[in-house]
Design a binder for this molecule. Structure first.
Ligand code: FAD
Length: 406
């Protein structure tokens, strides 16, 4: 019987443990938190966006996003749905293929996984931090705060540095490095952005829908429509999280990053100019601030007019064509420089990690060290928002678990 150690009791570690134990291996999970699956519990605002019905390499970033293709094929949505129902978990499919447990509670995902893992007789050592992993001949020695044990195979499923308050560490990268693995620089992803502007903090708390264009080194890279929320540090909201991977990666590479907000994305530029013209024509005696409050949030109007250098009290009929053009331009394309992200503490995931070039995509085994495996976010793979990060964690964990038990 193969003796397997799994370092990290998160999504990928639990999945690997289950499949390895079901294939007949003697499996031990080491988890330094007081319980396994803390990120599962915190995920999707407590609802756990567990998977997406349609996942492909296009939904991932990393040096080689195609690394995920084989794993995603093995864990197709149909297969995963059947697997979930076999452990007592029914899924509900929402918009864009996002799936949640029918209970709408992340807790039910963890309860189902934990009971499956315990049925499969996996040993779970919580409050146990792995300090080092070494290899002697064909065996691995895993050293924890409570002693040393010997294993035939080891899976590093320690996740990334994102959300350290939930137990995230960089330990997996350090273990991998000691075995000669290359670590691609890590950066926060699915994270809020810091703005370099004199006014964003004055709009803190104001939420609206906008089309956000990400601009890197002067070139438009991505356009996403959705919620934005101004904050004391900069800006958040789903549209911002969706562009954050590319923004964060560019900042990490010292590129110039900015965003342009289109505050009325339902109109093209010509229609927007007409809408504003009509609005102004209908209320010529209003001050411009009052007039614009009919189409965009009041606080945003204040600072947009400041950026347009138009006094708030200007009577609409006194606006000159240049001022009207400037206002219309800013409503459609209000630019802000991005100078940082809100950091790993607030990020959902991390880009970068263990280079996938040194890992077999068919088995998740290291190409450098026989018997050493990797799964989940510790690898240089980061997914979009929408269930894709769990998707890869489940898929890579399942493959590693099955392979390790061979
Ligand atoms: C707030 C939040 C919400 C999220 N929501 C979603 C969502 O809805 N959908 C989605 O797809 N993704 C979501 N994610 C991302 C998702 O949680 C991760 O991508 C996924 O958990 C990665 O799984 P993993 O097994 O690789 O790592 P993890 O789940 O992070 O597991 C790693 C485990 O290793 C443990 N560990 C680390 N170092 C050691 C050590 N030295 N010794 C012992 N144990 C150690 C950690 O405590 C942790 O339990 C969210 C993330 C966060 C932070």
């Amino acid at each position: 019987m193969k003796k397997i150690a799994i370092i990290g009791g998160g999504a990928s570690g639990l999945m690997a443990a289950l499949f390895a134990a079901r294939s007949g291996a003697d499996v031990t999970i080491y988890e330094h938190n007081s319980g396994v699956g803390k990120k599962i519990l915190a995920s999707g605002n407590g609802r756990c966006n567990i998977i997406n019905t349609t996942s492909s390499a296009d939904d991932y970033a990393g040096a080689d996003p195609h690394f995920v293709t084989y794993a995603l094929k093995q864990l197709s949505f149909g297969y995963f749905e059947k697997f979930c129902s076999s452990i007592g978990l029914i899924l509900e499919i929402k918009e864009d293929g996002r799936c949640y447990p029918l209970s709408n509670e992340a807790k039910s995902v963890l309860i189902a996984l934990k009971s499956a893992v315990s049925e499969a007789r996996v040993h779970i050592c919580t409050d146990t931090s792995v300090r080092s992993i070494s290899k002697k001949d064909t065996h691995f020695i895993v050293e924890t705060n409570s002693g040393k044990s010997v294993y035939d195979k080891v899976l590093i499923a320690t996740g990334s540095e994102a959300a350290p308050q939930l137990g995230a560490t960089a330990d997996g990268y350090n273990f991998a490095k000691k075995f000669g693995h290359e670590i691609l620089p890590t950066y926060p992803s699915l994270v809020q952005l810091h703005l370099n502007s004199k006014n964003h903090h004055k709009m803190a708390g104001v939420k609206t829908t906008a089309e956000v264009t990400l601009i890197i080194d002067g070139k438009s890279k991505e356009k996403i429509q959705g919620d934005i929320l101004f904050a004391a540090y900069g800006i958040s909201g789903l549209a911002i999280l969706d562009i954050s991977q590319k923004a964060s990666y560019a900042l990490h590479n010292k590129q110039r990053v900015s965003i342009a907000l289109n505050l009325l994305p339902r109109y093209d530029r010509a229609t927007l100019a007409n809408v504003i013209e009509k609005l102004f024509a209908s209320v010529p005696k209003h001050d411009v601030h009052t007039a614009l409050c009919g189409i965009i949030p009041a606080k945003i109007t204040t600072y947009l007019l400041e950026d347009a250098a138009v006094p708030l009290s200007t009577t609409v009929s006194a606006l000159n064509p240049k001022e009207i053009k400037k206002i219309a331009h800013l409503i459609g394309e209000w630019k802000f420089e991005v100078n940082d992200t809100h950091g790993f503490k607030h990020a959902e995931v991390s880009g970068g990690g263990v280079s996938t070039a040194q890992i077999s995509n068919k088995t998740m085994e290291s190409k450098l060290v026989e018997g050493l495996y990797f799964a989940g976010e510790v690898l240089d793979i980061v997914g979009k928002r929408g269930g894709y990060n769990f998707n890869f964690a489940w898929a890579s964990g399942m493959i590693a678990g099955k392979e390790m038990a061979k």
